[in-house]
Design a protein. Structure first.
Length: 238
């Protein structure tokens, strides 16, 4: 295998932001197994070109991240393990398994390749999970997965599942659903969040809905990081 010199992840992201003026298709793939790191690293290093990496930095709320690019340089693959997986008291809505963000001109080939080698949640599985969750904790976990897996463009299946969770009687379920809505950022969710911010029976849910509206115009990973910051402020006040 040819060795590749990597550059700091922050520099890679900065260069990508400067060079990428066109918004390319993006998809998030969520692994079913939490113990996938070494397998995906071995697979990726033999398939794509390693571009950058960074170890988790708990003090600065930074997750483990590894980035690759396909040989034709048309698709970027970004592996993330959130640092807060073991600290549910800080981020109770954290994703419990690692995930990939794929972005580029031709992501379909890379998506199919990953799905052929790894056990990845399908859209249908996550939607059904939200609909059939056995208790509040299970539903919260399902809603968090829904928030990450939802496509960038409006999808009525995800929207319907999310609205159902937003009307759940459990306050923590509604908080998770509001958080997921902030991550998704569809314009169709704006009126829903506005209504929740003034009518929900929980002041905490109202507050988080208001905060999600504040970050509604933030896109991509920056939106997610901002949403996590807002969530931390809310949870600390509970």
């Amino acid at each position: 295998m040819q060795k590749t010199n990597t550059e700091p992840l922050e520099k890679t992201k900065k260069n990508h932001a400067i060079e990428s003026k066109i918004k390319y298709p993006k998809q998030i793939l969520i692994f079913k197994s939490a113990s996938i790191k070494q397998k995906i690293v071995d697979f990726a290093n033999n398939t794509w070109h390693l571009k950058a990496s960074r170890e988790a930095d708990i003090d600065n709320y930074l997750p483990l991240e590894i980035a690759w690019i396909t040989p034709d340089q048309q698709t970027a693959i970004h592996y993330i393990e959130d640092w807060y997986l073991e600290d549910g008291t800080v981020y109770p809505f954290s994703l419990k398994t690692p995930y990939l963000i794929l972005e580029g001109k031709n992501i379909e080939k890379a998506v199919l390749l990953v799905r052929s080698f790894f056990d990845i949640y399908s859209d249908e599985e996550i939607i059904q999970w939200v609909q059939t969750a056995t208790d509040s904790d299970d539903l919260i976990n399902a809603v968090v997965h829904l928030g990450y897996a939802t496509p960038e463009n409006f999808d009525s299946r995800f929207f319907s599942s999310l609205k159902t969770a937003l009307s759940n009687s459990d306050t923590w379920v509604r908080l998770a659903a509001v958080w997921a809505s902030g991550c998704i950022g569809w314009c169709e969710l704006q009126e829903v969040l506005k209504n929740i911010s003034v009518t929900d029976s929980s002041d905490d849910v109202q507050l988080l809905a208001s905060q999600m509206l504040e970050v509604s115009n933030i896109e991509g990973e920056n939106r997610l990081l901002t949403v996590l910051d807002k969530l931390q402020d809310t949870i600390c006040s509970l």
